[in-house]
Design a binder for this molecule. Structure first.
Ligand SMILES: [Zn+2]
Length: 60
């Protein structure tokens, strides 16, 4: 089985005190995470943001 990656909102800078976790393959998690932090956390959609999120991915 393919390994899943997790991104945990509690470990991200957020003003919404979000507790969401997103898990799946990296290529599934990253676009969702970007969309999520842009729409919910109010971040700007930049290449740097994607890099930051990528760095926060953890093995499930
Ligand atoms: Zn969140």
């Amino acid at each position: 089985m393919e390994k899943r990656k997790i991104i945990d909102c509690r470990k991200l800078p957020s003003e919404s005190n979000c507790t969401l976790t997103i898990s799946g393959k990296e290529e599934e998690v990253l676009p969702l995470a970007v969309h999520h932090v842009v729409t919910v956390h109010g971040h700007e959609d930049t290449p740097e943001l994607k890099e930051q999120l990528k760095a926060k991915l953890e093995d499930e």
